[in-house]
Write a protein that binds this ligand. Structure first.
Ligand code: SF4
Ligand code: SF4
Length: 323
């Protein structure tokens, strides 16, 4: 499969394009809208018939039917379907600082490679959904770079599913631990759209900065990780954002946009629901994504994702910032 751009190397399967709905996914995402509003579900819906692009989601599953993918999906679903622990009758009391330390330790003991805390904001809740909880605990799980460097081939697709399974285990395990302490907690697992959009709280809780490819760049894992989360009323101390210079780096880098076969990555930030940010053209990305086990090229080619490279990049950025 060709990895280099792009724009003339890929022609979508007509079978897929005949299913394309009348509405653009970019319009659903709010591209070009200057007023702030809550996000609308555009893809990865538990009930795909409820969204315009749901018919393409079903096509993705038909197109990428494969025993390894199916086995991994079944494992993830078993984790998601496992019942949550009852909330213990006596609520343990600690200070927010003590709880935050304990939550991060419990996250690490339950598969999380990253754990961060943000105070929940109403604007993160998907249109039509309601979410309880004063805090959201974000979880990141690292993917295997060797497997992801095979993107857009099957091995990368299987690795993504494997890590979403681990992310689901982490969210369920952490939620169950909080519940065992006598406090309410609800896990949110990807990639299916839950109640809350996950990238904004992950940025706020210090997981990193949004990259040109529309994924987070973390100072340890680059973009080579997946997210899940836990909503809770436990008193916690929020973490601070971690702006280490990735946003500025993206302004002078074109690695992902040059590598994207359907040329879906904008070179400039776009206005999306009242915010200027990096954005990927949904209508260009999705046909390629759907035909290639979920693609993943932009994540795997990003220099920050390559193991052993982030430390050097951080040193270079720190030198540039120095007076
Ligand atoms: S996932 Fe989408 S944006 Fe990223 S390289 Fe593939 S087609 Fe391009
Ligand atoms: S490949 Fe370059 S431009 Fe793209 S997200 Fe990574 S650092 Fe930013």
């Amino acid at each position: 499969m060709a990895r280099k751009n792009g724009s003339n190397a890929f022609s979508p399967d007509p079978d897929q394009m005949t299913l394309w709905p009348d509405i653009s996914g970019n319009a659903i995402n709010g591209l070009g809208e200057t007023a702030k509003r809550n996000p609308s579900p555009v893809y990865w819906q538990e009930q795909p018939e409820k969204i315009p692009h749901g018919v393409l989601q079903k096509w993705f599953y038909r197109r990428n039917a494969n025993p390894a993918m199916d086995a991994m999906r079944a494992e993830r679903q078993a984790v998601i379907d496992a019942p949550l622990a009852d909330i213990a009758p006596y609520a343990v009391q600690h200070s927010p600082e003590e709880w935050t330390t304990a939550v991060k330790r419990a996250g690490a003991e339950n598969h999380a490679d990253l754990t961060g805390v943000a105070r929940m904001r109403p604007e993160w809740v998907f249109e039509g959904e309601e979410a309880r909880g004063e805090f959201i605990v974000m979880i990141g799980v690292e993917m295997d770079y060797t497997e992801m460097s095979e993107a857009p081939e099957l091995r990368a697709g299987v690795e993504v599913l494997k890590q979403y399974t681990r992310a689901a285990k982490a969210a369920k395990g952490l939620a169950n631990w909080i519940r065992s302490q006598g406090h309410w907690a609800e896990p949110l697992t990807g990639p299916m759209k839950g109640k809350v959009t996950m990238i904004p709280p992950a940025l706020v809780c210090g997981f990193g900065e949004l990259g040109k490819h529309g994924s987070i760049i973390n100072r340890r894992f680059g973009s080579n990780f997946r997210l899940s989360a836990v909503l809770t009323d436990l008193p916690l101390t929020p973490d601070a954002p971690d702006d280490f210079g990735a946003d500025g780096f993206c302004r002078n880098c074109r690695v992902c946009s040059d590598a994207c076969p359907p040329d879906a990555i904008f070179e400039e930030k776009q206005t999306v629901r009242g915010e200027q940010k990096w954005y990927v053209d949904f209508d260009k990305c999705l046909p390629y994504f759907n035909e290639t086990y979920g693609c993943g090229i932009c994540i795997s080619v990003c220099p920050w994702s390559r193991p052993g490279v982030t430390d050097n990049l951080l040193v270079k950025l720190a030198r540039r910032k120095a007076p």
